[in-house]
Design a protein around this ligand. Sequence first.
Ligand SMILES: NC(=O)c1ccc[n+]([C@@H]2O[C@H](COP(=O)([O-])OP(=O)(O)OC[C@H]3O[C@@H](n4cnc5c(N)ncnc54)[C@H](O)[C@@H]3O)[C@@H](O)[C@H]2O)c1
Ligand SMILES: [Zn+2]
Length: 429
Amino acid sequence: MKIIRYQDAEYAEFVQQLDRQAIPSTELYETVAGIVDAVKQRGNAAVFEFTERFDKLALTDETLFVTEEELAEAEALVEDSVKEAIAASKKNVHAFAKKSMRQDWKCTNTEGAEVGERFVAYDRVGVYVPGGKAPLVSTALMTASIGQAVGVKDILAATPAGADGKVNPSLLYALKESGATQIIKVGGAQAVAAMALGTETVKPVEKIFGPGNSFVVEAKRQLVGAVSIDLLPGPSEVLIIADDSANPAFVAADLLAQAEHGGDSVVGFATTSVELLAKVEVEVERQIKSLSRAEYIRQVLDNGTFALVVPNLDEAIRICNVFAPEHLSLIVEDEDRWLDQVKTAGAIYVGNFAAVAVGDFLAGPSHTLPTGGSGKSFSGIRADQFQRRTSIVRMDQASVQKAEKYVTEFARVEGLDAHGASVSIRANA
Ligand SMILES: NC(=O)c1ccc[n+]([C@@H]2O[C@H](COP(=O)([O-])OP(=O)(O)OC[C@H]3O[C@@H](n4cnc5c(N)ncnc54)[C@H](O)[C@@H]3O)[C@@H](O)[C@H]2O)c1
Ligand SMILES: [Zn+2]
């Protein structure tokens, strides 16, 4: 864990580079563009080639989709306790989704026209569920089941299978419970391209949701236009802001939990208290001993973890707002005062007892959240992103007569007489 105190010479520069911009490197851009183009030109053949290269799995038209038998087999293998956990999570996620869905509305504008918005569920969406480093069972719930709650009929899920062609049974079960109607055993950029563009056997979707590694996220970014997307949810990250009121064992536990995501994860800790930091360091060493992924965790602690000693909480919040962490854990005495000042975090966990992992698996809001600084312009998956929105304008002659005067002015200054005439002909009918 890299520790930097505000008195240190490198502090200012370090804090400055926390102001990230989520744009791909040229190398990543080109790799993904190559994959997307190959899928566009050659469909399944390209999808199978990349799957063989990156996932060591030889797929065919026959084995691309998860079958009903495989789903039944998975259901039989999943323990009841896991099924209960999935049901508990789904209950919260659905309840949260129902609250945040948009409702149709209408009102009358100044000229008397009836104006409003109408929301309808998308017909067919794609969800990407990562499967590289861990089978993210919860991600099925945090993507597909929100679409299910909104009423999306057709949900295509993509997730990489192992070299044996099998997908984790709990993940398959969770996908089915979350309303997935088709599942393809493909990961990476090739999966996103297949969902967005379609292939000989994969019918294209209208919008793509879900997190993934840098290849997955970049593919989504490049395919905007062919489809719309939810956000850019890449490698997971946390920022913990804590003062003396924080329990060091809890802080350490959350730092370790975040580091467990491995790879490109970013783990940040900002505190006003050197005493707390010292205790957290001791706790990290104590707790890591009993964790199964200690090696993964150690790697992230060494390369992707920073602890900042800040002069005050104003500075910590300022850093948070430029860093735009995916998860913010805020453990400070005067919670509400500081909470009100946070503007960019994807999800905020307030107080000693709000473990980030409860949000990962169960709480209700989607754990699919913006990373890499993209939280400055995106927010996490919401139910209304599964709703297509249309605006409606309904008029009678009285309202077109009232509108004519202003429309004619716009038509005149824009040089579009036919526009003006189309209104006048109605007003004077
Ligand atoms: N932001 C969020 O809300 C959120 C939520 C859950 C997970 N995540 C993140 O999702 C990520 C999942 O990553 P993952 O790698 O475990 O699984 P993944 O499923 O996203 O990626 C695995 C796929 O990447 C492709 N791939 C691997 N190496 C490649 C290469 N060299 N070139 C091209 N393609 C290649 C393979 O086809 C493979 O199937 C993690 O970083 C995790 O933190 C984020
Ligand atoms: Zn997590």
